[in-house]
Design a protein around this ligand. Structure first.
Ligand code: DGY
Length: 319
């Protein structure tokens, strides 16, 4: 019997590809760059399963002629790159990779928070540029992390894992979420706040919401103007949740203190992006979940979803 076809938009560990090869013919995109649109459309036409990254937009155009497609397994917890409604209409299952990346992403969020508050990148550049001539009382002075108020927007699994880390820093925790999480409130002494109150009170505002129609542009001019002048803004969700021009203005006009960004509206972020010119911006290339272990766990889970669906079983993590 002819094996089904899987198209993978990047190469991952060999044992994970072998797992797929047991049930399917596997076609791997060998470039480091994202699959060009026309190639994706063509590959999708012959695929029973797509193994995608957040760089591949799977929309109506891709799905239109993908008549044998059964599953799109996205190697990410976020799936704003996939038109889930259009997939559903076509009977295509969409899966993501929750849980396996929670702790690694929370570690990175906390690292970004500390790096931004304590100016680590700026201080590192300062030293390497040979500018360190003496010790000074306020040399590279930043904002405290210990005891500062943390405001988490989007209290999902990652938000909760960030809150756990914050407990070790004695940080009072405020959170804003679509629904109250009373179990988190009890376990971590987190307090629910409406968005405006959180923005007004937090010393660190951390955005972790998925990108949806409701959260697109969630943080704009008005929201930034509510924040403290000493506040640090962190975004590790998706670039689309924040108005980048408004953020740039708030930073330049010193209405907020600094920003740590792991995500951008356009990725890779263009090198002439105004936010990259600011010393008080710590910018990272979307590496929230980037540990070898976590990336392999994500790839394995995406592959397991494909194997399940191609062998007539239920997917493990449908969205
Ligand atoms: C995700 O999984 O959605 C992250 O942004 C990449 O790990």
């Amino acid at each position: 019997m002819k094996k089904p076809n899987v198209f993978m938009t990047r190469r991952v560990a060999v044992e994970i590809i072998s797992m797929l090869e047991e049930v399917a013919e596997v076609d791997v995109w060998e470039e480091e760059s994202a699959v060009p649109r026309d190639v994706l459309v063509e590959k999708a036409k012959k695929a029973d399963a797509l193994f995608t990254m957040l760089t591949e937009k799977v929309d109506e155009e891709v799905l239109a002629h993908a008549n044998q497609l059964r599953i799109v397994a996205n190697m990410a917890v976020g799936y704003d790159n996939i038109d889930v409604a259009a997939a559903k209409k076509k009977g295509v299952i969409v899966t993501n990779t929750p849980d396996v990346l929670t702790e690694a992403t929370a570690d990175l969020v906390f690292a970004l928070l500390l790096a931004t508050g304590r100016r680590l990148m700026e201080a590192n550049r300062f030293l390497h540029n040979g500018e360190w001539s003496t010790w000074n009382p306020y040399l590279m002075a930043g904002q405290r992390c210990h005891g500062a108020t943390l405001g988490i927007i989007g209290m999902g699994r990652i938000g909760e894992a960030v809150a756990k880390r914050a407990k070790g820093f004695d940080m009072p925790i405020l959170y804003h979420n679509r629904r109250r999480r009373t179990e988190v409130e009890e376990a971590l002494d987190a307090r629910y706040a409406d968005l405006d109150e959180l923005l007004q009170q937090a010393d660190y505002v951390v955005v972790l919401t998925p990108l949806t129609a409701e959260t697109r542009g969630l943080i704009g001019e008005r929201e930034l103007s509510l924040m403290k002048e000493t506040a640090v803004f962190i975004n590790a969700s998706r670039g689309g949740t924040v108005d980048e021009q408004a953020l740039y203005r708030a930073l330049v006009e010193k209405r907020i203190w600094a920003a740590g960004l792991d995500v951008f509206q356009k990725e890779p972020v263009p090198m002439d992006h105004p936010l990259l010119t600011l010393p008080n911006v710590v910018a990272l290339p979307h590496i929230g979940s980037a540990t070898y272990e976590t990336r392999n766990r994500m790839a394995r889970l995406a592959a397991e979803n494909i194997v399940a669906v191609l062998t007539g079983k239920e997917p493990l993590t449908p969205v």
